[in-house]
Design a protein around this ligand. Structure first.
Ligand code: PLP
Length: 400
């Protein structure tokens, strides 16, 4: 049980302190319980709570800010979680195109609505399992049948899927840089091919930037890779831990968000754009820019990855490390994975020993083998150097 969080650290109820490299799977980007963000929230709480009758000033200011930094954003709508955002993205794409099918990549996680909670099962990955195996129980089979799943970085598979289903697809989902099974970039030309196929087939291209948005860069991974989606789903780091998510896209496409007609999708929600979360986001983005937070995150991330690489070489274990900015993943295999199946071939027994050793040394990392990890901007070089000593011990435990 965790009872306290501050800066780079968590404490459990027995008083043990951990350096946190989970950071709640992404939202905590400046640091835990950031006082400046909390103060902005307290100010909002004491000024104007939920109204439910129309946008509040902060929502407008935040939308303007996101439009200024994110290439795909001309209009923004807010909701409360990544699951919300990706579900609304499907509805919006269907309303705009009049089509039903959804394309996504194997292993990529986009939340739990039936339209996308497919093709990411870790327990059912045999060579006979279809790529569109549901992630869990309770999904409607008719909805699952409409999901087309392609292996990540499979150029021919992607062309084949568009040849077969191009005229039926409403939407194609991708993480620009995959964190769902660690840290696996698109191979050169893959995102460009996806962009081209979506454009030529009239399919709405959605970048799921729930993890990369406001973490890989303030403008999201799209501002790094140079491929601009039609629609972006974002969440997590935008508000440093307060529940805020949203959709951003062109005026034309976002114009299909509205009332209750066939060509309009609805994005109503009691807590959408809550003034507290919006205040947290405005302050978070202000600090990101005024304190050059991305230079800090990238500098610390590079220090971590190169230190891990050195430790792997010194211990002489078959392992690799990959990552971007503040994120990384250690795979217990000789080469970097290029897709979900390869990532899942990472040695689970070695990973279990690695994870247990780190935990015992006060380093908190994901408990499962392909989990991506990340640091927040309150982490110090001293924390990283201490972590690297622990990583060396953990690699020795993994190798034993
Ligand atoms: N999309 C991606 C890429 C995610 O990593 C996640 C959550 O981890 C989601 C969507 C769902 O977001 P949430 O947990 O806010 O519903």
């Amino acid at each position: 049980m965790f009872v306290r969080a501050a800066g780079a650290y968590l404490w459990d109820e027995d008083g043990n302190q951990y350096i946190d490299y989970l950071n709640a799977w992404g939202p905590i980007v400046l640091g835990h319980s950031d006082r400046r963000v909390n103060q902005a929230v307290f100010d909002a709480v004491n000024t104007c709570d939920l109204t439910g009758v129309g946008p509040q000033l902060g929502e407008y200011q935040l939308a303007e800010k996101i439009c200024a930094v994110m290439p795909s954003a001309e209009k923004v709508a807010f909701c409360t979680s990544g699951t919300d955002a990706t579900m609304h993205a499907v509805h919006l794409a269907r309303a705009a195109t009049g089509r039903l099918k959804v394309l996504k990549f194997h292993g990529s996680y986009h939340g739990w609505s039936d339209h996308v909670a497919v093709g990411g099962s870790r327990s059912d990955l045999s060579s006979e399992s279809p790529l569109n195996t549901p992630n869990g129980g309770g999904l409607h089979p008719a909805v699952v049948d409409d999901v087309v799943v392609v292996e990540w970085n499979d150029f021919d598979g992607l062309r084949g899927a568009f040849d077969r289903y191009g005229s039926e697809l409403a939407v194609a989902f991708t993480e620009g840089y995959v964190h769902s099974f660690g840290c696996v970039p698109a191979q050169q030309g893959f995102l460009e091919l996806l962009r081209e196929l979506c454009t030529s087939n009239g399919v709405v291209l959605v970048f799921d930037e729930v993890k990369t948005g406001f973490r890989a860069a303030i403008g999201g991974y799209q501002s790094i890779c140079g491929v601009t989606p039609d629609l972006t789903a974002f969440g997590k780091a935008v508000a440093n831990g307060y529940s805020l998510a949203g959709l951003a896209g062109s005026n034309d496409l976002m114009g299909h968000l509205g009332a209750y007609t066939k060509t309009e999708a609805t994005i109503d929600g009691t807590y959408n754009g809550s003034p507290y979360a919006v205040a947290a986001a405005l302050k978070t983005l202000e600090i990101m820019e005024s304190e050059n937070v991305f230079a800090t995150l990238y500098g610390l991330g590079t220090r971590m990855r190169s230190g891990i690489e050195k430790a792997i070489a010194e211990v002489g274990i078959d392992a690799t490390v990959a990552g971007l900015g503040s994120e990384w993943c250690v795979y217990f295999r000789r080469t970097l994975p290029t897709n979900f199946r390869e990532a899942m071939e990472s040695n689970k027994e070695q990973y279990a020993r690695y994870h247990a050793s780190l935990l015992a040394q006060g380093i908190l990392e994901p408990a499962f083998v392909t989990g991506d990890r990340r640091l927040n901007a309150a982490t110090t070089e001293k924390d990283i150097d201490r972590t690297l000593n622990c990583v060396r011990v953990a690699l020795e435990a993994a190798a034993s």
